[in-house]
Design a protein around this ligand. Structure first.
Ligand SMILES: Cc1cc2nc3c(=O)[nH]c(=O)nc-3n(C[C@H](O)[C@H](O)[C@H](O)COP(=O)(O)O)c2cc1C
Length: 157
């Protein structure tokens, strides 16, 4: 048995960037969820992954989506991260976005974006690991939003 609070605190010592993963649900509604579980997996084929909690209200949308996008947030987008960390089905009502060639919402002013096709889904404990094959990507030379020890952070020059 491990102490969950201590485990969580220890995991938080691994600093990450912050992403918003987007897709469209079966009814055609745009979905977005803040996630820092993003990781690269493979270059050939080009694969990335992220994890979604089984308790997420948008779980079915991501399990059923053929396409999704990883939007990597810039240091100016803390408000975007907070917005998409909320449980709300009208999340996109006042949020400016474009649609990708694959019909997935893309957020403006991000540091990087990956257009993905769902490649594999693994049932793991209280999360699902969603692996995506990267079909397209783009990046900008701006500073990233970071997450460390349960708090937003930034790269110190
Ligand atoms: C910095 C940060 C990182 C997060 N990373 C994840 C993650 O990787 N996977 C996940 O399922 N939830 C993650 N969350 C929590 C979800 O964003 C949040 O629970 C979700 O948006 C709530 O809405 P839902 O229940 O409709 O999904 C994160 C939240 C924050 C603030």
């Amino acid at each position: 048995m491990i102490d969950l609070q201590s485990f969580r605190r220890c995991l938080g010592k691994f600093s990450t960037g912050v992403t918003v993963v987007t897709c469209v649900d079966a009814k055609g509604n745009p979905c977005g969820i803040t996630a820092n579980s993003f990781s690269s997996v493979s270059l050939e084929p080009p694969l990335v992954l992220w994890n979604i909690a089984k308790v997420s209200n948008s779980l079915d949308a991501y399990l059923e989506a053929e396409y999704f996008a990883i939007n990597v947030l810039a240091d100016t987008q803390l408000d975007v991260s907070s917005h998409f960390a909320k449980s709300d089905h009208t999340l996109f009502d006042n949020i400016q976005h474009d649609m990708s060639a694959f019909g997935v919402p893309l957020l403006p002013d991000t540091i990087a974006q990956f257009d993905c096709q769902t490649y594999a889904i693994h049932d793991c404990g209280d999360h699902h690991i969603i692996v995506g094959e990267v079909l397209d990507f783009r990046s900008a030379d701006v500073a990233p939003l970071l997450f460390f020890s349960g708090q937003y952070s930034e790269i110190k020059p």
